[in-house]
Ligand binder design. Structure first.
Ligand SMILES: Cc1ncc(COP(=O)(O)O)c(C=O)c1O
Length: 367
């Protein structure tokens, strides 16, 4: 049996008539950039997320960059973030002119809150925690640190749509929360897309302006900006999908439980650890084993696709050689980098597929 890492076709087929009609409507209206369909999506997301503003942008990378830039982060500043993430988190810090300052992770793959204050200097301007894999960082503690040191807080929620900790949704604690709608994300468009949520109306206005060449009205350029807009087709796709996000998140959680039930107690294999009172939305289901590469090869031979998120922690990438980090600077994240393996995870995984994955993992460990 073949088990793909994600199956976007299965999801499309489950909503095909509705989706085809929504896309067809954009074509009929030739509403390709901006317009009502984009406003409708922003309003639907605001309502579903319980926030005052959703500023749609072209992708999740721009979302982080625009938020930091409009908060005033720039040349000479430092921004603290976690060592294990996708490069968008740190490259956007650099793009503002600031320097990323990396912190090791905790056992939940989140920034180790206990180490943050040790990295704060007079140049620190903001903290960007990443709610990786679908599980939130300790956001209340991070917010307290930001308040104490007058720092901005931008939550990278690219992997954590509708995740929550102690009932607080990802992205709603900081000055801004940034989302990616890359096709494989929990809420995925049919191309690149992203948004920023904030309860700060003034910040929302600035970000909206910056993302649209510095203008809110045609030809009235208050500032120089960039071109980072959500297109109509993506907005229509996302509006349809938003109606199903709670159901799909529950399906992910249920699939994760089935994996957990089938794979618990295997010596040498660690399963995702969930914080108390955490709603983990399982964008990814990440195993840990010292025999990671052998397990991945065994699963591949059994038709099971896997992936590594991510094979090298950010500070050790060639892009950050100038920071002169060594593995010992981030011992927890570095150890994890060589042990992590993401299993297939998407809402439409069938019981037969999950059973096949479980059986294949178990056969590798001879249990
Ligand atoms: C943690 C994290 N941050 C940011 C991004 C950037 O999102 P996008 O690919 O939409 O630019 C991603 C997505 O790949 C991500 O996983």
């Amino acid at each position: 049996m073949e088990v793909p890492f994600v199956d976007l076709k299965a999801q499309y087929l489950s909503i095909k008539p509705e989706m085809d009609a929504a896309i067809g409507n954009v074509l009929e209206e030739t509403a390709f950039i901006g317009g009502q369909v984009v406003k409708d999506f922003e309003q639907a997301f605001e309502k579903e997320y319980g926030v005052r503003n959703c500023v749609s942008v072209a992708n999740g990378t721009d979302a982080i960059y625009i938020a930091l830039k409009m908060l005033g982060v720039g040349q000479g500043d430092e921004v603290i973030t976690v060592a294990n993430s996708w490069i968008s988190t740190s490259e956007t810090i650099t793009q503002t002119g600031a320097t990323p300052v990396f912190v090791d992770m905790d056992e939940f793959f989140s920034i180790d809150v206990a180490q943050i204050e040790g990295k704060i200097t007079s140049r620190t301007k903001a903290i960007v925690p990443v709610h990786l894999h679908g599980q939130m960082s300790e956001i209340a503690k991070i917010k307290a640190i930001c308040d104490k040191h007058s720092l901005f807080l931008v939550e990278d929620c690219a992997q954590s749509h509708f995740s929550a900790l102690n009932g607080v949704l990802a992205g709603t604690t900081g000055n801004a929360g940034t989302f990616s709608f890359y096709p494989g994300k929990n809420l995925g468009a049919y191309g690149d897309a992203g948004c920023i949520v904030t309860n700060d109306d003034e910040l929302a206005q600035k970000m909206r302006m910056y993302a649209n060449h510095g203008s809110l009205k045609k030809h009235a350029h208050e500032i120089e900006g960039i071109n980072s807009r959500l297109d109509g087709i993506q907005a229509a796709v996302l509006t349809v999908k938003l109606q199903y996000i709670n159901k799909w998140t529950d399906m992910r959680i249920s699939n994760a439980k089935k994996y957990t039930d089938g794979l618990s107690g295997i010596p040498g294999l660690a399963l995702p650890v969930i914080r108390p009172n955490s709603k983990h939305s399982f964008h990814l289901f990440v195993l840990r084993t010292e025999k990671r590469d052998e397990l991945a090869a065994h699963l591949e031979a059994n038709g099971v696709s896997t992936a590594i998120h991510y094979p090298r922690i950010l500070p050790l990438l060639p892009a950050y050689a100038y920071l002169n980090h060594v593995p010992g600077d981030f011992p927890v994240a570095y150890k994890a980098q060589n042990e992590i393996l993401s299993l297939p995870m998407f809402p439409e995984l069938t019981d037969a597929q999950i059973e096949h994955v479980v059986k294949s993992v178990r056969s590798f460990f001879n249990v």
